[in-house]
Design a protein around this ligand. Structure first.
Ligand code: AMP
Length: 420
């Protein structure tokens, strides 16, 4: 074993698991197409400013969790902690505002946050991210929420809770902020240290503190919904009606405020009953001021991100199907050294015909080669020895039934295609 290990909070996704991820991505790709979203690949690092201005200076992500470094020319860069800011940056930089609106885009890849690792929480984790940029239509909020639910449905997930809230906009948020501060001020000393710090800088986040004492204090705190301006209230109404109309089940949760500052109006989260403390599989919302906060024109947007590790964990715990793991179709076995070349040549014919073939590379005995063939999961062993070569045939052994038959070497590929 090497003395160098992977850093804390990062995981290797090994072959025993990576095929399950592949299933999640292929279902995602199909759902994305069905909802009209197109894929983009975004950079893993960006200028630090993008996140400090976009995500918000007073958020936990920006204050405590970013992997920030200087490159060799002294620029401050950050490994992306999330994708919405990058997607909006890309939308603006690539003038997607000049194309059909909204731009419906999706992306997937690793994110980086310096968090305390635990089950379902890592320092490098993967997100699947969907963003619709350039429209403030509440039906887009409905579409985005339903897209995530359809994705989870197709993956076979059950026992999910969908929580929806409205966090208002710059017009009504100060009203709520003041009402909340007035409510909390007399009990400020009883709040946890982080919440006391949040009181002036970002009191909304106190609603989302996991500390039981803080939760008890905020039990009857004024909700964001009670302070919404007319426009936000009408928007929230339309989102709820739209979700009900398409039969999406959800609950309104007044406490849901989410950790990133850019949310306006709709905020939502999908929770899994199977995950323990880190139970959010997906979170998102509307971010009508994100583009402006990173120096662009006013551009409304709506999106969500789902955590791939948490999706896979939940699927495993719920016994969902990942389809079939990839396996070898035909394992080519040479009987002795003199038949090795003929076996290698057959193997490459099989592969060039688009079938999955393999052979043993460890130079072991014939018996051991047959053992490897059995363990490979292949349907057939294709055996070549001096006798086969002399007669221009191969012996094809069905590894499940044990039955054998001779097939002409020239007909091998055509024959295999009919039986696989
Ligand atoms: P957020 O960007 O914080 O709204 O997170 C969106 C989703 O990403 C969450 O619902 C989780 O599924 C996933 N996620 C966020 N942080 C982590 C983490 N540290 N480790 C694993 N998954 C995460």
């Amino acid at each position: 074993m090497s003395s160098i290990k992977a850093p804390r909070g990062v995981r290797d996704i090994l072959p025993g698991e990576s095929w399950k991820w592949e299933h999640v991505f292929s279902v995602t790709r199909k759902v994305a197409g069905d909802f009209g979203y197109r894929e983009v690949h975004l950079p893993v690092f960006e200028h630090t400013e993008l996140f400090s201005r976009g995500v918000g200076e007073t958020t936990d992500v920006v204050e405590k969790e970013m992997y920030t470094f200087e490159d060799r020319s002294g620029r401050s860069l950050t490994l992306r902690p999330e994708l919405s800011a990058s997607m909006v940056r890309s939308y603006l930089e690539n003038r997607m505002d000049k194309q059909h609106q909204p731009a419906k885009l999706w992306s997937a890849g690793p994110m980086f946050r310096y968090e305390r690792p635990q089950k379902g929480r890592y320092r490098q984790f993967w997100q699947i991210d969907f963003e619709a940029i350039g429209s403030q239509d509440p039906l887009l909020d409905v579409e985005s929420i339903e897209l995530s639910l359809e994705l989870f449905r197709r993956l076979g997930l059950s026992n999910l809770e969908v929580l929806v809230n409205s966090v208002g906009c710059p017009a009504c948020r100060p009203v709520h902020r003041k009402a909340l501060q007035d409510f909390l001020r007399p009990r400020l000393k009883e709040l946890c240290e982080s919440c006391r710090g949040r009181f002036d800088r970002n009191p909304l986040r106190i609603l989302d503190c996991k500390n039981p004492a803080c939760q008890a204090i905020t039990e009857d705190a004024p909700s964001t919904i009670s302070c919404l301006c007319d426009e936000c209230a009408a928007h929230f109404d339309a989102v709820r009606k739209g979700l009900a109309m398409i039969g999406a089940s959800f609950e309104v949760d007044n406490r849901l405020v989410r950790g990133l500052d850019y949310y306006t109006k709709t905020a939502y989260e999908v929770l899994s009953g199977e995950l323990g403390a880190q139970n959010a599989v997906c979170g998102g919302g509307r971010y009508d001021n994100l583009a402006e906060s990173i120096g662009g024109p006013h551009t409304p947007g709506m999106g969500f991100a789902a955590g791939v590790e948490r999706i896979v964990l939940t699927m495993e715990e719920q016994g969902c199907s990942f389809g079939e793991p990839p396996r070898c179709d035909i394992f080519v076995v040479h009987a002795d050294d003199s038949s090795l070349d003929a076996a290698v040549s057959a193997l490459y014919d099989i592969r060039r015909a688009g079938m999955a073939g393999d052979m043993d590379y460890t130079g072991r005995t014939l018996r051991a080669r047959f053992k490897t063939a059995g363990a490979s999961g292949a349907a057939f062993a294709c055996v070549l020895g001096p006798e086969e070569i002399a007669s221009g045939k191969v012996t094809l052994k069905d590894l499940r039934s044990g039955e054998q038959q001779a097939v002409g070497r020239a007909e091998l590929v055509g024959f295999l295609k009919t039986v696989l």
